[in-house]
Design a protein around this ligand. Structure first.
Ligand SMILES: [Zn+2]
Length: 342
């Protein structure tokens, strides 16, 4: 099985009830670091840098714990890249004696479209500065290479485009071909994007390939028939009976639910059934994933996962992928390799 696997992780807390730094970030990422001592695995970590900047001066202990972990990731050959969740603008600190947590009572600042061009540029530049400064403690000439918008909210692209140019970032990895949502909080439409291309160039719309100086590295999606979905449910139930703890996630927070999103056109059952799935290590059944990858016609497969949502099964899945001969790349490593081939 000579598949090339790109593991991407959004390194972030939950955005309704944040959960703790320890459970959502440190513990699951530490497990990844441990596993990478046994197998040659690499990941691209999209770090929610606005969160990091929020705690930097107020909570130096927690901040430095994260900073040390991020440095370790770079030292092991992983990549840190830019991820922005502007929701941190109206986060409210939860009243708790023992643990540091936040709540998000509103979602007014969920996507970048709620901000002016100048504010977006500032977020990019501050984020770039912060992450590069951390990574440069390990690799002197480290430069950020790519961006992923929080909550798939990459449109309208105009202001983001200017901020990317200013930050010297020309790769985006937000698009998940086939996915679509129209709501008060989130808007994206990736229905026209190619499911077969490993990557493409674009100018004004990341979802549409054309000549341009930007590159889109999409998240790989696949379709599954209704029959396949039923089989998956049965298999999941049987695995769940055998080892329920393998499905327990590390994170201890609560994410935004579908009722928080304020869907405008509803999302019919039909729409939900037809919607493609993203490759992910979350809620994964390792044996099913391996079967799917073996039958996959595409050579490059890009996963999206979040440390907070990983479980023991996620790590079993990574182990099985490695044992079955899959090779792991970061997005930057993959693009460098593909461009060398040309
Ligand atoms: Zn995110």
């Amino acid at each position: 099985m000579d598949k090339k696997i790109i593991l991407t992780f959004d390194y972030e807390l939950f955005l309704k009830k944040s959960g703790t730094i320890e459970k959502c970030l440190i513990e699951p990422t530490q497990k990844f670091i441990e596993q990478s001592k046994k197998f040659p695995i690499y990941g691209t970590f999209y770090v929610d840098v606005l969160f990091l900047l929020k705690i930097k001066h107020r909570y130096p202990l927690e901040y430095h714990k994260i900073r040390d972990q991020l440095k370790r990731l770079v030292d092991d050959g992983n990549r840190l890249e830019l991820h922005l969740h502007p929701s941190w603008k109206d986060a409210v600190e939860a009243q708790s004696k023992d643990t540091l947590q936040w709540n998000f009572p509103k979602f007014d600042f969920y996507s970048l479209k709620s901000f002016s061009s100048l504010e977006i540029q500032t977020m990019f530049l501050e984020g770039k500065c912060e992450l590069e400064e951390i990574a440069q403690e390990i690799e002197q000439d480290y430069r950020l290479h790519s961006f992923r918008a929080g909550g798939w909210s990459i449109t309208p692209f105009k202001a983001i485009k200017d901020a990317m140019i200013q930050s010297d970032i020309y790769v985006d990895s937000t698009v998940a071909p086939g996915l679509y949502r129209e709501s008060d909080v989130q808007n994206y439409d990736f229905r026209e994007s190619s499911r077969d291309k490993v990557y493409w160039t674009f100018s004004n719309n990341p979802a549409k390939a054309n000549k341009g100086k930007f590159t889109e590295w999409p998240i790989t999606t696949y379709k599954i028939s209704i029959f396949g979905k039923i089989l998956r449910k049965i298999e999941r139930k049987s695995e769940m009976n055998k080892r329920p703890d393998n499905f327990d996630i590390f994170g201890d927070g609560v994410g935004m639910s579908i009722s928080d999103v304020g869907l405008r056109n509803g999302e019919s059952v039909f729409h939900r059934i037809l919607r493609p799935n993203m490759y992910t290590l979350q809620d994964v059944i390792p044996s099913e994933l391996i079967r799917r990858i073996k039958n996959e016609r595409r050579d490059w497969i890009t996963f999206i996962s979040h440390p907070k949502k990983l479980s023991n099964n996620s790590f079993l899945a990574i182990q099985k992928l490695a044992e079955n001969g899959c090779e792991f790349y970061t997005i930057k490593g993959a693009l460098d390799a593909l461009k060398d081939d040309q």
